[in-house]
Write a protein that binds this ligand. Structure first.
Ligand SMILES: [Zn+2]
Length: 274
């Protein structure tokens, strides 16, 4: 089944699909093992930074082969890309989904750039995601208040032709300082205006009940990245405190197991499994 069909299915069921960023073989394994155990599809995501770290061919090979070995249904997505050349390379590598992120531009430029990428991706028949409004990034919080304006949504989705829309309703990338709050009223308004699959970025650290409220009101794709990085590194530090083992093949599986457990929790939340 194509990713857009899966997204359509979960949207109709008022559920969401989990999209988890991976950074190396180990984090990919943890994510994929969770998907396999619960028998739920998942989106594996690569940022341009992770692609430059692993190399595109290596990253794609990990994302394609780990699910085969773990018997899981996964899709591959390019996350937060503002480089059209990299978008093209990923499309040629067979990505199921790509995000063009021109959210730091004004709406006219955002539309122009996004439309160009939609055109480029047309013949590949993949999911194309763009961001309207601005979900704060850890190193760039100056535009903290740029929530998605419902009044812009119709024009943006129609003029670009995207299939998925990342919206700014109070979530942020990185760690939250206080309790995260989402603007559910705004979300409901946006959902009435468009049938595009609505994407919530920065879901790490958002409590389960708030995530489920957002999903019940129209979020179809939930992105998790910070939790994976944080948990993987914390687990390794904890393990190494009590161990002198230099055999990383003994050490890493313990951290992989922690990632698996955390991702299982997230899949249960977004799939409305108790
Ligand atoms: Zn994001």
């Amino acid at each position: 089944m194509k990713l857009t069909e899966v997204l359509n299915q979960v949207q109709n069921q008022n559920k969401a699909l989990l999209a988890a960023n991976f950074y190396n073989l180990e984090t990919c394994k943890g994510i994929v093992k969770a998907s396999s155990k619960l028998n739920q599809p998942i989106i594996l995501q690569l940022t341009p930074g992770s692609i430059s770290y692993m190399g595109l061919k290596t990253a794609v090979s990990i994302a394609r082969n780990v699910p085969i070995e773990e018997n899981a249904l996964t899709y591959l997505h390019l996350d937060h890309c503002n480089d059209i050349v990299l978008v093209k390379s990923c499309l040629d590598e067979g990505f199921d989904s790509i995000m063009i992120d021109a959210s730091d531009k004004n709406i006219d430029d955002n539309i122009l750039i996004t439309r160009q990428v939609v055109k480029l991706a047309e013949s590949y028949k993949v999911n194309v995601e763009a961001e309207l409004g601005y979900v704060p990034k850890p190193n760039n919080e100056i535009e903290n208040d740029k929530f998605t304006e419902p009044a812009d949504v119709k024009r943006f989705t129609e003029e670009t032709g995207i299939t998925s829309l990342a919206i700014a309703i109070g979530s942020k990338h990185g760690f939250y300082k206080g309790e995260p709050k989402l603007d559910i009223v705004r979300l409901k308004e946006i959902r009435k205006i468009t049938n595009a699959y609505l994407v919530l970025h920065g879901a790490s650290g958002i409590p389960a009940d708030i995530l489920r409220e957002a999903i019940s009101n129209g979020i179809t794709k939930v992105n998790v990245a910070t939790d994976t990085k944080d948990l993987f590194m914390k687990s390794l530090k904890d393990i190494m405190k009590n161990s002198d083992d230099i055999d990383l093949r003994n050490v890493f599986p313990l951290a992989i197991n922690e990632i698996q457990k955390m991702i299982e929790q997230k899949i249960k939340i977004v799939s409305m499994i108790d």
